[in-house]
Each structure stands twice: as C-alpha cells, then as structure tokens.
Design a binder for this molecule. Structure first.
Ligand SMILES: [Zn+2]
Ligand SMILES: [Zn+2]
Length: 79
C-alpha cells in the first residue's frame, strides 16, 4: 500500500487526502500545500501545522496572519 499524504491549507488548516486532487481550498481559495515548501517533505498527517522534517510553520505562508479559531474538519463525516 502506498502511504497516503495530505494536502494542507495554510490558511484554515483544512487538509484533504492527496487522492482527492484538490489544488485549492474550497473554504478560502488558498493554494493547498502538497509538501513542505522548505524541505519538500510530504505532509503525512492531516493535522500537521508544522513540518515534521524541518519545523516549518505552514501557517506562516498565510498572507493574512490572522489567527481566528478554525474549527477542525472533524465534525460530521457522512458515511
Ligand atoms: Zn483553507
Ligand atoms: Zn520541512
């Protein structure tokens, strides 16, 4: 099995599995990160806010450094 990696929105910390092929966050239109822009390590956890490889803070890419309270994409999962 291939390890799944995730695409992460630096603005709202939303993440989606890479196989969804989303490129931009549907919440805010930010470009989703596929890997760390600093060291290119893939994002292997949907809850990553910092790179596991180099400690890069993904939210620092956010053009408006405004930390509201992003409610995680946890709540209702239809199944
Ligand atoms: Zn977003
Ligand atoms: Zn990194």
């Amino acid at each position: 099995m291939k390890p799944t990696h995730f695409l992460l929105c630096p603005t709202c910390s939303r993440s989606v599995p890479a196989h969804t092929q989303e490129n931009f966050c549907p919440n805010d239109g930010a470009k989703l990160l596929e890997a760390c822009p600093s060291c290119a390590q893939p994002i292997l956890t949907p809850f990553a806010r910092f790179c596991a490889g180099c400690g890069f803070e993904f939210a620092s890419l956010n053009p408006t450094p405004h930390h509201t309270h992003p409610q995680g994409p946890t709540a209702q999962e239809p199944s």
